[in-house]
Design a protein around this ligand. Structure first.
Ligand code: MG
Length: 292
């Protein structure tokens, strides 16, 4: 099942994508949570209600609605760097013995087809196409062999990064969290449709030119490894996202470096999960403000 968050007529709710249409189960059963985090938190009961509502749910063309990030404001947006052997090589970094974990702030999240901002303070904006997983069950200290049981589904992520700021501070949280720098989607593909998350192609193009083309088989720490490790430290909760690192081909790895410019269109596609596509625009003037 492809679970989306969509907006039409000024209201946002979850829906189910079926080819070129989207079904609106909340329209026929008001007990179904309209917010993805609440829906996932409600567990099997909500899923049963959704399945039943789908029989009579109204459908509309996908092109007539606006898709948002499937989980608009997750409690946690966790990430790992340096998780593909070839990417480590292109950056000249050492292979980590322990996952290089960090967090993106959830305020950086934007929709799968929304514009993303080239910051006014730096021209070193770079793409990182990644597989993301969304947690479906509250958990802690999950053994690796059971780790995939807690995954609700998978998403396509672009872990946009301001490279210059990565070099200015030992902490990557802020360089990874500029507003609009966390697009993901286009929907949450439920885990039952992804038999092996370590066998998915990941492809990133900029203006149609292939920049990244790899497989999640190249990961050093698998999805299960990351869940097992992170849950040793924190309780994972429904809606939390873990993005799993990027393969080779980032703009930083070229000589000269090929950062994103206004007008560029960056697309990330993963086998069976669909694609997200974001146009880069110069950061608009209206991002400078102080509320009264
Ligand atoms: Mg990354």
């Amino acid at each position: 099942m492809k679970l989306a968050s969509f907006t039409t007529d000024g209201r946002t709710r979850i829906g189910v994508v079926e080819y070129e249409r989207i079904a609106d189960p909340c329209a026929v059963d008001p007990s179904i949570p309209t917010d993805m985090t609440e829906f996932l938190t409600a567990g099997a009961k909500a899923r049963t209600a959704l399945d039943a509502a789908l029989r009579s749910a109204p459908r509309r063309p996908l092109a007539e609605v606006t898709l948002g990030a499937p989980v608009p404001r997750p409690g946690k947006f966790l990430a790992v760097g340096l998780n593909y052997a070839d990417h480590i090589k292109e950056l000249g970094a050492a292979t980590p013995q322990f996952p290089s974990t960090f967090a993106k702030m959830s305020s950086c999240i934007t929709g799968p087809y929304d514009p993303v901002h080239r910051p006014r303070v730096s021209d070193s904006m770079d793409y990182e196409g990644e597989l993301g997983l969304v947690i479906g069950r509250r958990c802690r200290h999950v053994p690796k062999e059971r780790a995939l049981e807690v995954v609700a589904g998978y998403v396509v992520v672009n872990d946009l990064t301001v490279r210059e700021w990565v070099g200015l501070t030992p902490q990557v949280v802020i360089p990874k969290s500029f507003d609009t720098h966390g697009p993901f989607g286009p929907w949450l593909t439920t885990a039952d449709e992804v038999p092996d998350p370590q066998a998915l192609s990941v492809k990133t193009t900029v203006n149609g030119e292939v920049r990244q083309n790899s497989s999640t088989a190249e990961m050093i720490f698998s999805c299960a490894d990351l869940i097992a490790l992170l849950s040793q430290a924190v309780t994972l909760e429904p809606g939390d996202i873990i993005t799993t690192g990027t393969p080779p081909g980032v703009g930083e790895g070229f000589t000269p470096k090929r950062y994103l410019q206004p007008g560029d269109v960056v697309r990330v596609e993963i086998d069976g999960l669909g694609a997200i596509e974001n146009r880069v625009i110069a950061e608009p003037d209206d991002t400078a403000f102080i509320d009264t």
